[in-house]
Design a protein around this ligand. Sequence first.
Ligand SMILES: [Zn+2]
Length: 132
Amino acid sequence: MKLERNIHDFLLRVGKIMSPKMNMSIYKGEYLCACSQKHLYPTDIKTDFDLNSLSGLHSMIMQNDISMMDTKVLAEGRMLVIFQCPKDPRYITAVKIKQSFLKFKGFKTICGYKLDNEEEILAFSHMINKLR
Ligand SMILES: [Zn+2]
């Protein structure tokens, strides 16, 4: 997927955000992450193999080489959330919560960004922590 060039462009596209307050437990599904992979919210399974290959899955379970990864909700906006990649926390993704007639219809990725240095990661988490 195409990432925003800088954090300002990302935040401009996302619009007004605040600290996460909405009840996310009713939303479960797949979303396209800024890391260009698809993850399941809230919990994904760490896989480095073909999910269609059952023997691969079996051997990973036998080797305990499988783990659950949680997507973190960093912030929320108007029917959207900012997810943090469960595999690589530098990737942040703005995801729209699709609804019709009050029923959840899935996640739709709006934009993504990769925090690319220590300074930017610090600045961003500082900003997130200051949200109300
Ligand atoms: Zn990801």
